[in-house]
Design a protein around this ligand. Structure first.
Ligand SMILES: CC(C)(COP(=O)(O)OP(=O)(O)OC[C@H]1O[C@@H](n2cnc3c(N)ncnc32)[C@H](O)[C@@H]1OP(=O)(O)O)[C@@H](O)C(=O)NCCC(=O)NCCS
Length: 315
């Protein structure tokens, strides 16, 4: 059986939220394939290099090796493991051991447990989760009228005047998330983020909200149409036309009192009332606040990003 056909048959069985994977190009120089009695795996390896000043440089290492994978059969783990070994051998020829500006990354369906041991045995860790909250079934809670009061603060829709404050909050989130092996702090990140907000608030003027006190803005939720998502490549969802929650951040002074949950609930009610079929977001696996918070808010994992960074481990 064709490996992508088998891949999609397996995937339909464990996650209806993911789209069918497209076929791989067997003529691509990065293509490889492995088969045995229990399963099969195919993949295309890709590479991208980023200058430090490139806005995308914050999303990881400067040199990124990526693998687009299909697996089929009863137990594709061993075939997948041989693909990883072959790929890592080619990476080792190009990269310096221990260089944290190199990474090897693989996005896999979170529910494909057959792939976990093969990745783990080769030093990969789960670094990122993409999680989805489908539009709730049944009657929807009414959307709040904005501006609205929340715990003594005001929630309102962001305007272009808020761009510097939003950029600064985003840079603080980057500094926090840089602890978790995925994203990387880069010089000038706050100004770069502010520029991105300026463009995105023009494209989607109604789906960024700030939490404001007399002292200034102490939190934000920034949402974009999923189709315009600024996140790097990942596996596609079966549904389209949803929203991507790019950033949620609260100042330390606002945390741990239920304000985040209530603020997020307001955003969800606004998105639900607008008919968004789903909301999707990404978070760092090792951020101790993210998984519990987003699970409570109704999100569940669909794609797990596994990474080795450095791509070639120091001996
Ligand atoms: C993640 C974040 C948005 C959550 O906001 P928050 O206001 O701290 O979240 P909540 O108050 O709803 O929940 C946090 C804790 O307060 C508790 N809490 C206290 N009073 C509460 C109340 N009245 N109602 C609900 N929860 C309450 C919650 O139970 C929860 O406890 P736990 O963490 O021990 O499980 C916020 O902490 C934040 O911005 N962190 C920094 C950025 C970050 O890590 N982002 C991760 C997502 S990408």
């Amino acid at each position: 059986m064709d490996i992508t056909t088998g891949h999609n048959a397996r995937q339909r069985g464990f996650d209806p939220l993911l789209a069918e994977a497209p076929p791989l190009d067997a003529a691509d120089p990065g293509y490889r394939e492995e088969r045995d009695a229990s399963g099969a795996a195919a993949a295309v390896a890709r590479f991208s290099a980023h200058a430090e000043s490139d806005p995308d440089a914050v999303w990881g290492a400067l040199r990124r090796h990526e693998l687009d994978v299909r697996v089929a059969g009863e137990d594709p783990g061993p075939a997948f493991g041989r693909i990883l070994d072959d790929w890592l051998r080619t990476i080792a020829a190009d990269e310096r051991p221990g260089d944290a500006e190199s990474s090897a990354r693989v996005n896999v369906p979170s529910r494909d447990i057959a792939l976990v041991n093969a990745l783990s045995a080769r030093g990969f860790s789960p670094t990122g989760i993409r999680a989805v909250r489908p539009l709730p079934r049944g009657a929807l809670a009414p959307a709040p009228a904005l501006p609205a009061e929340l715990d003594g603060a005001v929630v309102r829709t962001a305007t272009l005047d808020d761009v510097p404050a939003l950029g600064a909050l985003d840079a603080r989130l980057l500094a926090l998330d840089a602890h978790f092996a995925g994203v990387t702090e880069r010089p000038g990140a706050a100004a770069m983020f502010a520029e991105a907000y300026r463009a995105r608030l023009r494209t989607a003027p109604d789906t960024t909200w700030v939490l404001e006190r007399p002292t200034g803005i102490t939190g934000c939720i920034h949402v974009m149409p999923d189709a315009d998502s600024p996140e790097p490549d990942t596996l596609a969802l079966a549904a389209s036309g949803g929203q991507y929650l790019v950033v949620m951040y609260l100042d330390e002074s606002e945390r741990g009192a239920g304000t985040g949950a209530a603020f997020c609930d307001m955003a969800h009610r606004l998105l639900d009332a607008d008919g968004s079929p789903y909301t999707v977001l990404s978070y760092a696996v090792a951020n101790p606040r993210s998984g519990p918070f987003w699970s409570r808010m109704g999100y569940r994992p669909v794609v797990t990003e596994w990474q080795r960074r450095p791509a070639v481990l120091a001996v």
